[in-house]
Design a protein around this ligand. Structure first.
Ligand SMILES: NC(=O)c1ccc[n+]([C@@H]2O[C@H](COP(=O)([O-])OP(=O)(O)OC[C@H]3O[C@@H](n4cnc5c(N)ncnc54)[C@H](O)[C@@H]3O)[C@@H](O)[C@H]2O)c1
Length: 366
């Protein structure tokens, strides 16, 4: 079997915490070898290279050409565009960590470069490859618990990088918590519910003073089918009960996804509300269970399938741009004290039909 020669660029948190498992898995299957590691912190580079028996370490990704068929780009967000562009231009497939890039012009440039060179550009949105969200999407599509009308998605994290870290800055991050982490859930919401209609966002730093962009984010979207969706996320959680928790209220029951526990429950048979009385407990049934924790194994598996078979990735760069446009539009509306018009920005919409605007440029932020 042909092995894909991959270079890993950036060996920080996400690589050490998640991709390392997917890489080991594909190496064991004989589909992948890591032929170059690029990192500016030598100890991180050496640790990763040793793990993967890789004999080429560099702090300059431009020296990797000729050694790699594909790269995993897990760099600070402001480096996604220059790194991705360099490899796509030079005939190398790219798996880009989310978000695709910090501005709309950069995203479009990456998409167009991939189209022109015929190289693969997949955005790493692991949720869409994981079993839990796939099971939920089927339950929603099949209307197993009726028509969905309200969704709440909570993500409560304690993300406090050291002073001077790129992730505290607007320039490095491209925005705040909503852009950096919320992009996962906007992508999922668009995937679940199709075309968004309008939305609002509020974010600030009351609980995360170390952040330049917002560290706490509250977003609400109305979809064309009438579903109302809410995403609340913070990087300042000093404790949490909800962790990563999603609730889908449907006309015949509520679907709950507890991502940390890896469990999906169906809550049904709620008692009629009687003012002044605590309602009887409804039925709660565990309907699906998977291994808990972040699982990027299926995502890497899909990327290699695409490289080896020429398949189109599920999480294309163009789809990811649609999600980022939703976020940029909501940021823009927040700055202007208006409601964001999100029409024309769903995953099924033509991303090229939306005119190039300036709302992705971080310098315009207050
Ligand atoms: N899918 C997910 O759920 C998820 C979770 C966390 C992070 N991420 C994404 O992964 C990417 C990296 O995030 P992270 O949390 O691992 O950050 P990190 O800061 O821990 O890692 C980034 C690494 O890049 C290295 N680096 C910086 N400049 C470099 C350069 N010029 N050349 C080579 N290496 C360089 C840094 O030294 C660091 O080790 C980001 O795009 C982030 O959004 C995704």
């Amino acid at each position: 079997m042909r092995k894909v020669r991959m270079g890993v660029i950036g060996c920080g948190g996400i690589v050490e915490g998640a991709h390392v498992h997917a890489i080991q898995d594909e190496m064991a299957k004989g589909r992948l070898e890591i032929t170059a590691v690029c990192e500016i912190i030598p100890e991180r580079a050496e640790k990763a290279a040793k793990l993967w028996n890789c004999d080429y370490i560099t702090d300059d990704w431009t020296t990797m050409l000729g050694r790699v068929d594909a790269i995993l780009c897990a760099l600070p967000h402001d480096l996604h565009h220059p790194c991705g562009k360099f490899f796509l231009e030079n005939g190398v497939h790219v798996m880009m960590e989310k978000p695709l890039a910090n501005t709309e012009p950069e995203c479009i440039d990456l998409i167009e470069t991939a189209e022109r060179t015929g190289k693969l550009l997949m955005v790493a949105y692991p949720w869409r490859y994981e079993d839990g969200p796939k099971v939920i999407r089927k339950l929603l599509d099949d209307k197993t618990y009726g028509e969905c009308f309200q969704v709440s998605m909570w993500t409560e994290q304690n993300t406090h990088p050291a002073e001077g870290n790129w992730a505290n800055t607007k320039k490095g991050l491209g925005g705040g918590q909503f852009f950096s982490h919320g992009c996962h859930y906007i992508d999922l919401l668009l995937w679940f519910f199709g075309k968004p209609k309008r939305g609002i966002h509020f974010g600030n730093n009351k609980g995360t003073p170390w952040m330049e962009g917002e560290g706490t984010s509250q977003a609400m979207i109305e979809f064309a089918d009438g579903t109302l969706a809410y995403h609340g996320g913070t990087w300042g959680a000093a404790g949490t009960r909800l962790g990563y928790s999603f609730h889908f209220h449907c006309t015949k029951g509520m679907i709950e996804y507890d991502h940390f526990a890896g469990k999906i429950y169906a809550h049904t048979d709620i008692a009629d509300h009687i003012p002044g009385e605590i309602g009887a407990n409804e039925k709660c049934e565990l309907i699906y269970e998977h291994t808990s924790g972040k699982n990027v194994v299926p995502e890497m598996n899909h990327f290699l399938d695409c490289v080896l078979n020429g398949d189109t990735p599920i999480t294309t760069a163009a789809e990811s741009l649609q999600g980022l446009r939703v976020i940029w539009k909501m940021y823009e509306a927040e700055r202007n004290n208006t409601i964001a018009d999100l029409t024309g920005l769903g995953l099924e919409d033509d991303w090229k039909a939306v005119p190039l605007t300036e709302h992705g440029v971080w310098e315009e932020w207050e």
